[in-house]
Design a protein around this ligand. Sequence first.
Ligand SMILES: [Mg+2]
Length: 163
Amino acid sequence: MTKEKINLLIVDDEEQFLESISKRLEVRDFKVVAVNRGEKAIEAARTHPIDIALVDLKMPGINGEQTLEALKKEHKWMEVVILTGHGSTDSAVDCTRKGAYHYLQKPCELDKLLSVLTEAYKKRVMNKMKIKQDRMDEVLSMAKSESPMAILRRIKELDKEEQ
Ligand SMILES: [Mg+2]
């Protein structure tokens, strides 16, 4: 069986951070498209299949909030997670109102990031497949381990079964 991966778009203007986070997620079942500008993220989402976007807030050109809005407008089922070094309660509220799934502050531990990305992916599959929470819980209880990756794999299988 081919190993399915979660398609993740990462946009961040800090090139070093972008490179290191991409590498760390690439080895954990994510197929990463990494770009350094909001404009490029919007473009990349039009040409690549993307499940989840991880978006920085402060960037030259189109900022993270505008990128979030554009992505949510063009891609009905995409979940967007904000990861910022310049967080505030106000912007967290704004981003959530504009459809962000979650709002994380840098530095963020990898385990925390993985669990939020897993939940975001779960939400995407539930919305897209119109699966209710109890059915999802039932399916996930069949996953052999509680690790985020095992859960992701199980959700991905479900995604295929229902298509
Ligand atoms: Mg930035």
